[in-house]
Design a protein around this ligand. Structure first.
Ligand code: GLP
Length: 241
């Protein structure tokens, strides 16, 4: 079941997302974390809450959704660096409790299978998601099977264009492949929190919430999950009936 929360703008969406997330900021919880510009407001609120209220992450574990293939963790646009810069370095989560898939290695498919095994051994309590303008979740592009596990994938052209802004607006610098949790992996999370803001997401949001459940919109599978909260602002909700 999808519980839709409508907000005025990005700031209010981030406030609501923090209210949902706050319930999970307790010892023993496992957070599924996401990158992109969407969760930045939520991460800023988590950092502020840690600093002001002392909420501790010492006994919390995390699994990230995805990583670009070929970027070392020292690259500023790697998702590993993103997570450290925007969240991990400002809270007290132990490094060994955090997991971001690696985009480097001899056998990325074997590493992907190992990532799924780690998640199976440590089920995610709440998975945070953004959504791509083409309806992708993590880096599961349209056409990805709904039962997929963590795998290596080619990025859609629209995704490469969308992410160009993070790579000096130079399309040749954007990686063309990623390692991503599969849709099957994501669907195992006990609860899902998806945030979508801005008019660029309106079409994907409509297809996710009102369209048929079809691989052409990967996020549409969330209609089948039993505990999903979708937080959208006015712009992202603009096409809803
Ligand atoms: C990337 C990430 C997704 C994210 C999406 C939207 O492709 N792999 O996890 O949801 O972009 O990004 P943004 O939040 O910047 O719009």
């Amino acid at each position: 079941m999808i519980n839709v929360i409508r907000t005025k703008d990005y700031e209010e969406a981030s406030d609501k997302a923090f209210e949902v997330m706050k319930e999970y900021l307790r010892p023993g919880k496992v957070l599924g974390l996401a990158t992109g510009s969407t969760p930045l407001g939520l991460y800023a609120r988590m950092v502020k809450d840690h600093q002001e209220n002392g909420t501790s992450y010492k006994e919390i574990r995390s699994f990230n959704l995805d990583e670009y293939v070929g970027l070392p963790i020292t690259h500023p646009e790697s998702y590993y660096a993103f997570m450290h810069h925007n969240l991990f370095d400002h809270i007290d989560i132990p490094e060994e409790n955090t997991h971001v898939p690696s985009g480097l290695g001899e056998d990325l498919e074997a590493q992907a299978r190992h990532y799924d095994e780690m998640i199976d051994a440590c089920p995610v309590d709440i998975q945070l998601l953004g959504i791509g303008s083409d309806g992708h979740i993590a880096f599961n592009e349209p056409g990805t099977p709904f039962d997929s596990g963590t795998h290596v994938t080619d990025l859609a052209e629209s995704t490469i264009r969308d992410n160009c802004r993070f790579f000096d607006n130079d399309i040749t610098k954007v990686p063309t492949q990623a390692v991503t949790q599969g849709i099957g992996t994501i669907m195992k999370a006990k609860a899902i929190l998806l945030i979508a803001t801005g008019s660029n997401k309106a079409k994907a949001v409509k297809e996710m919430l009102e369209g048929p459940i079809d691989v052409s919109c990967p996020a549409s599978i969330l209609q089948k999950h039993e505990n999903v909260t979708v937080i959208i602002d006015e712009d992202a909700a603009a096409l809803l009936g």
